[in-house]
Structures are given as C-alpha cells and as structure tokens.
Design a protein around this ligand. Structure first.
Ligand SMILES: NC(=O)c1ccc[n+]([C@@H]2O[C@H](COP(=O)([O-])OP(=O)(O)OC[C@H]3O[C@@H](n4cnc5c(N)ncnc54)[C@H](OP(=O)(O)O)[C@@H]3O)[C@@H](O)[C@H]2O)c1
Length: 313
C-alpha cells in the first residue's frame, strides 16, 4: 500500500471506519475514497458496482455494517442479518470483479461459540453454539469470513478477515437504546452526576468479563495487517486482557467522578459469561495494543463532553 494508493474505507463515519481514516491520513495517504450511505448505499448492489467501476479502489477496508447492542439485536434480527449479508456480498464481490488488490473485512468476536475455551483462539470458529442474543449478526459475520475465504480459494483474491474484540473510543454511539455497554455506562454515570442522582442501575449481575480495545489501536492493527498479513485464516485483534462489568463500571465512575452507588439489575441478560480473545498470532506478527483502558476511557469521556452539547448543559 503506497501513499498514493486509491483506498476505499467503507463505513468511514463509523467508530472503526473514522479511526482507520484518521490513521491513514496521519500516515500521509492522500487518495482516500469516502462515500456516505446517502451517496452509496452498500446494500444496493447496483450502486456499489457503479462506485467500484468509476473509482477502481486498489485497497478496501470494509468497516461498514449494521451494528448494535443486545437490545437492538433482539428487536431487529431481520434487519441485522439482511443488511450485513448484503453489505458483505456487494462489497467483497465488487472488490474482486473491479480488480482491487486487497480487502480487509472487519468481523467481530461474537462469531465464536458462547462457551468457547478462553482465551478464544481463531480455531474455535464454528466449534459450538453461538450466543443467542446476537446470532443473526454473528451468522452474517461468519458468512462474510467464508465469502472472503471462498474468493481467495477460487479467484486468489487477497481478502483477509480481522476479528476485533469490543471496541470503544471517540465517535462511539452513546444512544442508550442501541449502544454497547461501555458508552452506555459513560452516559449513565455522567447524567447521574449532573442530576445528583444517588445511584446508577447497571444491567445484569456485573459478573461477565469483557475485553475492550481502543479504536485507534484497532486502526493501527488494521493498517499493519493490510500491509503484512495475507493468509486464509482469520486473525483476532484485542488487548489480551479483560475485566468484569462491575470493575468496568467502577473504573468509569472514577473517570466521570461520580460518587453515588452502583446497583446491578440481575433481571436483565448478562450475555456471554466471558469473551477474551487469544491475540498471540497478531502479537507474533509484530503488533500489540498500546492504549491503556483508563487512559482510553478518559479520552472517550472528554470526546463525549466535547461532542454532546446536552452533556454540559
Ligand atoms: N463496535 C464494536 O465494538 C465492534 C467490535 C468488533 C467488531 N466491530 C466491527 O467493526 C465494524 C464497524 O463497526 P462500528 O462499531 O464502527 O460501527 P458503526 O459506528 O455503527 O459504523 C458503521 C458504519 O457503517 C455505515 N453503514 C451501515 N450501513 C450502511 C449502508 N447500507 N451503506 C453505507 N454505509 C453503511 C454507517 O453509516 P452511517 O454513518 O450513515 O450510519 C457507519 O458509518 C463492523 O463490521 C463491526 O462488526 C465492531
């Protein structure tokens, strides 16, 4: 990948896509091809073909997807599997047919079985039942992995698939109806501090363990692998460390300086008991996460305060 290579970042306004754009610009890449959903709806095969035919991207970062937390997945299963299957098929097929040199597909750690041995190795894929609360999304992501592998096998198309752990950082979604646990906790603790509430209620028992990767680390890993990784096997991207939701909540309460009490609502689903990725393969390829969780949380809270007017009112 040269500085003047034509690079398409699909989903460039999203959490992961915007971080990849920031890193590519920081590295001096000048030919970034960026289109909003209104300009090119990636579920529309004709629109995707027109774009690839006109722009002929050489490298593709596929960071576009319909993404959401447990609530959104359970309310809109059809939309999650339909849109993600369509986006993957349209972009991967067009990238091949219009001569892109390489494509990087962003999957997700939810592709692994609910009770996979921890930390989760790439070889655990398709070895057991999935977490039911987001199986529609997971099946679409697994189909994306198999699409990339099939196009490599039949057409020698150089597609690679990354399995990132839970991401967080600037540009995250803080909508309590559709967000993931980390941004939801930042908003809940902040609003409780501003309204002087004596307690914050957190979904679940607080016992599940989760791993969180700052999105700027994910972007660095993506560029590192686009340059240096060219294999059929999927590859995990994470920090290799995890903590309980209760520990995360206490860390965020500290960053937000919320002094009230934390109440756990065990009537709400916990999801998978633990989801820690084995990152020894990507570490062996020369990449390791750099951003400590406490520093990343601090930076994300500052971004939230700077980008959410209501937050400081
Ligand atoms: N967030 C996580 O914790 C996490 C963890 C592991 C893996 N991942 C993977 O990382 C990738 C990106 O996730 P994210 O968290 O960055 O999601 P996000 O913030 O929701 O960004 C998704 C992007 O995709 C775009 N998009 C969705 N449908 C589209 C369509 N039909 N046409 C054109 N653009 C469309 C969205 O456009 P708009 O801006 O118009 O909505 C948005 O910019 C996904 O493949 C996801 O599976 C995410």
């Amino acid at each position: 990948m040269r500085k003047e290579s034509r690079i398409f970042v699909a989903g460039h306004r999203g959490l992961a896509g915007s971080a990849i754009v920031r890193s590519l610009k920081r590295e001096g890449h000048s030919q970034l091809l960026l289109r909003t959903r209104a300009e090119v709806d990636l579920t529309d095969a004709k629109a995707v073909d027109r774009f690839f035919d006109q722009e002929r991207p050489e490298y593709v970062f596929l960071a576009a997807a319909r993404v959401g937390g447990i609530l959104a997945n359970s309310k809109f299963p059809a939309d999650f599997i339909r849109d993600n299957l369509a986006i993957e098929l349209n972009v991967i097929d067009a990238a091949h047919r219009f001569g892109a040199q390489k494509l990087l597909f962003l999957g997700s750690s939810c592709i692994y079985p609910k009770h996979a041995p921890q930390p989760i190795q790439e070889s655990s894929l398709l070895t057991g039942p999935l977490e039911p609360t987001n199986e529609w999304y997971a099946i679409a992501k697994i189909s994306g992995i198999k699409l990339v592998q099939a196009y490599r096998r039949q057409h020698q198309f150089r597609g690679i698939s990354l399995m990132p752990t839970n991401l967080y950082g600037p540009g995250d979604n803080f909508d309590l109806q559709t967000s993931h646990v980390l941004p939801a906790l930042i908003r809940k603790f902040h609003e409780a501090k501003m309204s002087a509430s004596s307690q914050v209620t957190i979904w679940g028992t607080g016992a599940p363990r989760r791993e969180f990767l700052h999105v700027d680390d994910l972007a660095e890993a993506s560029i590192h692998l686009m340059r240096n990784y060219d294999e059929d096997e999927i590859i995990n991207v994470g920090t290799g460390t995890d903590l309980t939701i209760a520990e995360l909540a206490a860390l965020i309460a500290g960053v937000v300086e919320y002094k009230g009490s934390l109440v756990f609502d065990a009537t709400k689903p916990d999801g998978t008991p633990r989801k820690l990725l084995d990152v020894s393969r990507i570490n062996a390829s020369g990449w390791k996460a750099k951003i400590e969780l406490r520093d990343g949380l601090r930076q994300t809270y500052d971004w939230y305060l700077a980008h959410t007017p209501a937050a400081v009112a």
